[in-house]
Design a protein around this ligand. Structure first.
Ligand code: TYD
Length: 139
């Protein structure tokens, strides 16, 4: 999907551990105003089931394995976050669901704005109507 980018970021390895990073105006094109993380994420558990009207996000999985599924109501696209050096940069407007494929996986999200429930669409039928009107996510 054009407005969802999967990027491979650098890994700086040393005997004591590894370090990775991404930053504005390089991998991402927005300021991060909020960070949240889903942890103790049980295997086979599914979350998400929403879209954001305006919010942009960057997602990565520093531990475990998570499948992230997006749709704009027409095309579906899945991404596997199974390595800390994979990041997903997501523009507004996509319906998303997350599945943990390993017990205790962690999903970290950097978001372009503070939490605002009004930015969420949590009903799929409502999302399809919104998408048809806004046509934000045309691929
Ligand atoms: P939600 O975004 O629905 O999580 P998921 O997509 O994983 O199912 O958020 C779950 C609950 O947490 C919901 O009641 C809203 C609350 N929440 C906050 O208060 N602040 C936040 O930044 C986030 C992401 C969620």
């Amino acid at each position: 999907m054009e407005k969802i980018r999967e990027l491979k970021i650098k890994k700086i390895q040393s005997p004591g551990g590894s370090l990775s990073f991404f930053e504005k105006n390089k991998e991402i094109n927005f300021d991060i105003k909020r960070i949240y993380f889903i942890y103790e994420f049980s295997k086979e558990n599914r979350r998400g089931f929403h879209a954001h009207k305006e919010l942009k996000q960057v997602m990565f999985c520093p531990h475990g394995k998570i499948q992230v599924e997006f749709t704009d109501g027409r095309i579906k696209q899945s991404y596997l976050l199974d390595d800390p050096t994979k990041i997903l940069v997501i523009e507004k407007g996509y319906w998303r669901e997350f599945v943990s494929l390993e017990e205790g996986s962690i999903l970290c999200v950097g978001a372009s704005d503070v939490y605002d429930e009004k930015d969420y669409i949590r009903n799929y039928e409502e999302y399809l109507k919104w998408e048809a009107q806004n046509n934000e996510s045309t691929i």
